[in-house]
Ligand binder design. Structure first.
Ligand SMILES: *[C@@H]1O[C@H](CO)[C@@H](O)[C@H](O)[C@H]1NC(C)=O
Ligand SMILES: *[C@@H]1O[C@H](CO)[C@@H](O)[C@H](O)[C@H]1NC(C)=O
Ligand SMILES: *[C@@H]1O[C@H](CO)[C@@H](O)[C@H](O)[C@H]1NC(C)=O
Length: 619
């Protein structure tokens, strides 16, 4: 991961016109608070449960070890961790912020007291570390598992041990902010603002040139978290500090819409773009919006594999080079986690476009859902998702002593972001403005929209099935409209019915279907059917090399324990569904029959995603 070398009955019709924001104001649809949405039984919930069980099991004192040791407090007999949290690992304590965020999400969505108590305890202990800075020889506000002298070397451009100090500080700040936000924990606020003050005083002393040079070392989303603290506090000071972290070498070409991503360490860049989106919302400066949107467009259009992931060996490759880089170390998971965060920041600014949530669905379903090992009750994950012929999850470049993450000996970046991914699977299903409910994802869940006195229960076996049903409860009334994403992958047979009657609303693929002006009643059932067909997802650089998808689901071939030395030949006309339920297919590849199934289920087997295709898919 690291650049340092380490690595409606009256149904009104019409297209929704996105409203442009006034300068300096956030506008467009807003997410719901996590406490308003609960997942119900599904594959998504299974993932969440596995991650939550790990979060409630992990020894908090082990996670405090490096903070306490560095701030000269007793480590209280705890065992030190291994992997990227070992006491001699340069950016140790980068992972803990993800645990704080995930405990905060767990409490926010599940009202789980144990997650709350763990977060609160951890933050109280961090406060003690920070309060001991005098004795430890650190400046006020500093908080980390490695000494402050690393920042002196960072600023002098003499840091040569692979450390990425602000990367780790960003994670701690983001975790503290989430604990403050979701638990209303004042310790988290105080520790966070003291640490942010430390960042301000350190960076405030640097010239523009010194600061830009320093930004050559990976620094996570420092502009993102500081802009978010500005949003939380309304204090302009934090916006100014955020803008110090605007990295000109990366932002200038993006502002000019030049794709110079080739060769850049991918996950070093994506968090900066999320920061740009937040800085746009805070300032109204269109340059920030251009940076964030251009980066998203370039990455999604020219650097992204069929499964929604990007990068090979953690780096962006030349635009459109996809078939050329089908390797074991493709699709670093953090990049996709960050692209999804960027996506949910950008969509509200252009809420008529389904491109954003078409991508969100594609990447969540085909990359991140299957990143987690379903056989592991702690929900361990992979770092990369191999796309080489005959690739296998959990095999490939092994970071920190394991191919699946482990309880205490990995602590990779992608293990940290996966803790967040799997505790926020509810956060982007629904959005709202004052009088519109947007359904962006088809995930079994219950939404409570308190301002409209309505509950929405979404029941579906999507994507195995093509239908989702939204049942209204509460006192829904007539004050609001329902907008449903009609994905670009569906057909002109997509339809919406209300209480069993087909509704007269346009459902063109790639638009939002709108039901407006209806007097809703408790018990109303809105059924959305999104027919799926087989399609190919061609590689930009070699269109006859393609993945095969059914609706939103990328299919992969099951090669068991057989290895493959090259991209297999697939006769597209041979692809056939087995039965009408479930997503099992067969096809002929290299003259042999191969079973195809959802890539998100391809665990414990060698698989194949991209094929050298011949012929045409059956109509
Ligand atoms: C998942 O966790 C929820 C509590 O959040 C529990 O109600 C449900 O039974 C769990 N599901 C499984 C399959 O364990
Ligand atoms: C929600 O219900 C409350 C209490 O019944 C009522 O006062 C309020 O006007 C309702 N709000 C809406 C938007 O219908
Ligand atoms: C795949 O197809 C190519 C071109 O049609 C052919 O040259 C090659 O021998 C085929 N490979 C296999 C394993 O059948």
């Amino acid at each position: 991961m690291f650049s340092s070398g380490l690595a409606g009955l009256l149904l009104q019709v019409g297209l929704f016109i996105g409203v442009q924001p006034a300068a300096g104001q956030a506008s467009g649809p807003q997410p719901f608070d996590m406490s308003s949405i609960a997942l119900t039984d599904s594959r998504w919930m299974d993932n969440q449960n596995r991650t939550v069980s790990y979060l409630k099991w992990v020894d908090v004192d082990r996670l405090l070890y490096n903070f306490r040791a560095n701030h000269r407090l007793s480590t209280q007999g705890a065992t030190a961790n291994g992997g990227w949290d070992a006491p001699n690992f340069p950016f140790r304590t980068h992972a803990q912020g993800h645990y704080l965020t995930a405990w905060a999400f767990c409490y926010a969505s599940l009202r789980d007291d144990e997650c709350r108590d763990r977060a609160a305890y951890f933050v109280a202990e961090l406060a003690k570390c920070q309060a001991n800075n005098g004795a430890a020889g650190f400046t006020d506000g500093y908080l980390s598992g490695f000494p402050e002298s690393e920042f002196v070397a960072l600023e002098a451009r003499t840091l040569d041990n692979g450390n990425v100090p602000y990367y780790a500080i960003h994670k701690t700040m983001a975790g503290l902010l989430d604990v403050w936000r979701h638990l209303d924990d004042t310790n988290a606020r105080d520790v966070l603002l003291a640490l942010a003050g430390w960042v301000d005083s350190r960076t405030g002393k640097l010239s523009y040139g010194q600061m830009q040079a320093m930004l050559g070392t990976e620094f996570g989303g420092m502009n993102d978290v500081l802009a978010d603290i500005h949003k939380q506090t309304g204090d302009e000071r934090w916006l100014e500090v955020a803008q110090r972290f605007d990295h000109a070498a990366i932002f200038d070409p993006l502002a000019a819409n030049r794709d110079e991503l080739n060769g850049h360490h991918a996950n070093t860049q994506v968090p900066k773009w999320i920061g740009a989106a937040l800085e746009y919302k805070a300032t109204g400066s269109s340059r920030y919006l251009d940076i964030a949107k251009n980066a998203w467009d370039m990455t999604v259009d020219a650097h992204t594999y069929a499964i929604g992931g990007n990068s090979q060996a953690e780096h962006f490759r030349p635009p459109n080079a996809i078939a050329a880089y089908l390797e074991e170390d493709t699709a670093e998971a953090c990049n996709t986690y960050n692209m999804l965060r960027l996506t949910r920041e950008l969509w509200p600014l252009d809420a008529a476009s389904t491109a954003y949530f078409d991508f969100y669905e594609r990447a969540l379903l085909n990359h991140l859902l299957g990143q987690q090992d379903p056989a592991d009750n702690h929900g361990h994950v992979t770092y990369f998702t191999p796309l080489n012929p005959g690739g296998r999850r959990g095999v490939g470049p092994a970071w920190g002593g394991g191919t699946w993450s482990t309880d205490y000996d990995s602590f990779w970046c992608c293990q940290g972001t996966a803790l967040e991914t799997n505790t926020k699977l509810m956060d982007s299903i629904y959005f709202h403005d004052e009088s519109t409910l947007f359904v962006n994802l088809f995930t079994p869940s219950v939404l409570t929209w308190a301002e409209q006195n309505v509950t929405v229960t979404q029941a579906t076996d999507f994507p195995a099935g093509d239908t989702t049903t939204l049942t209204l409860g509460g006192e829904p009334g007539e004050g609001w409209a329902l907008f449903v994403r009609i994905p670009s992958w569906t057909t002109d047979q997509a339809e919406i019915s209300i209480n069993g009657e087909k509704a007269d609303v346009p459902t063109e693929p790639g638009t939002y279907a709108s039901i407006e002006g209806r007097a809703w009643k408790a018990g109303d059932k809105v059924t959305v059917r999104l027919p799926m067909t087989l399609r190919t997802v061609p590689a930009n650089d070699k269109p006859d090399v393609a993945a095969v998808a059914y609706g939103p689901v990328v299919l992969s071939g099951d090669y068991g324990s057989d290895s493959l030395s090259s991209v297999p030949n697939l006769s597209l006309d041979s692809v056939k569904r087995e039965g009408s339920e479930g997503l099992m297919f067969t096809a002929t590849a290299d003259g042999k029959t191969v079973k195809l199934g959802p890539f998100y289920d391809a665990h414990g087997m060698n698989y194949n995603v991209y094929w050298a295709t011949q012929g045409q898919l059956p109509a």
